[in-house]
Design a protein around this ligand. Sequence first.
Ligand SMILES: CC(=O)SCCNC(=O)CCNC(=O)[C@H](O)C(C)(C)COP(=O)(O)OP(=O)(O)OC[C@H]1O[C@@H](n2cnc3c(N)ncnc32)[C@H](O)[C@@H]1OP(=O)(O)O
Ligand SMILES: O=C([O-])CC(=O)C(=O)O
Length: 374
Amino acid sequence: MVDKKLSGAGLRGQVAGETALCTVGKSGSGLTYYGYDIKELAEKVSFEEVAYLLANGELPKQAELDAYKARLKTLRGLPQALKDVLERIPADAHPMDVMRTGCSFLGNIEPEEDFSQADAKIERLLAAFPSILLYWYRFTHDNVRIETETDDDSIGAHFLHLLHDKKPSKLHTDVMNTSLILYAEHEFNASTFTARVCASTLSDLFSCVTGAIGSLRGPLHGGANEAAMDLIRDMKDADEAERTLMGMLERKEKIMGFGHAVYREFDPRNDIIKGWSEKLAQEFGDSRLYDVSVRCEDVMWREKKLFPNADFFHASAYHYMGIPTKLFTPIFVMSRVTGWTAHVKEQRANNRIIRPSADYIGPAPRQVPALANR
Ligand SMILES: CC(=O)SCCNC(=O)CCNC(=O)[C@H](O)C(C)(C)COP(=O)(O)OP(=O)(O)OC[C@H]1O[C@@H](n2cnc3c(N)ncnc32)[C@H](O)[C@@H]1OP(=O)(O)O
Ligand SMILES: O=C([O-])CC(=O)C(=O)O
């Protein structure tokens, strides 16, 4: 796998544009946002600082950060019309579909009327996504209409507070902060490219983000964190994990949460979230899921030279924090909206409509036969 040449299918390895936002698989640990290494960001800053960085190109000074966080707090409330829509989405809908609808509907009642409003709409979406998700989730699952305006200092804490109806511990707040930083941006991945294609038609921000959510939903992309949890949930111990994976590999099944379209040997986000998963396992007092995950990692590298991507250890980490599995990928949305929208702005600033060509493989030219002769 390490030596595999990238072929052109899926546009792999082809340059499809320029970006100043992010490097994937290049210098340092392999991932930087505006030149800052992901490891250093994950250690030293808050997700809100990263969101500000992606929106503005520089980290905020203290006063800028305070003002930014204060603004985001004021944008957590949802209009009644949106709450009405959320209440009509059934409990068994997929939460990614709820995010997609919530985003699209907000675009109807608070549209981006011209591009000068982009920054305000980006802040609105960033602040509103946890509220959209959890207003729907708590209404349909717990039969309560929650107040979505909390005074939590961070988006991660706000999310956990709305979910569990109490302020989260410092450990859980820190894990959410790191997780949101790790998921924020990743160059021309499928969902971001979707957003850029949409932006290149000069469409509005809500359309770009709605399309991106649709692309992120699939199990080959963001949906892999949920799929990874489905894989490990019932594994009793590491030996069972090994047996299950060996069987799956023999049957040539895909193991969700492993492999990557660009990284060849490791995903720099994995070690970081894996470390948090281990800490959470200790706090939880049951390391089964962590041990099972470590064995999966060992088996996949030994057998296929495949490594866990950002999604794999997120599964156990989120589970230890009591987050329902079907909410895993929407958390990715809550974070990646920063990267998507930064790319939309970058595309708009230097735009040409994205419209590639195709090699034709269909029939040679022919005449339309009469209906009776077909
Ligand atoms: C945050 C994110 O979005 S990270 C990605 C999340 N997605 C997943 O975890 C889903 C599982 N992984 C995958 O499906 C793939 O690795 C992708 C979609 C991430 C990348 O796809 P590609 O760029 O096509 O992968 P790549 O070219 O490295 O594949 C090489 C070979 O390894 C195999 N392979 C890759 N990943 C896996 C896997 N997870 N399980 C089993 N086999 C795999 C491929 O089938 C391919 O085999 P082949 O050459 O016989 O066809
Ligand atoms: O870059 C990719 O193809 C997928 C990925 O890891 C991400 O979007 O975070």
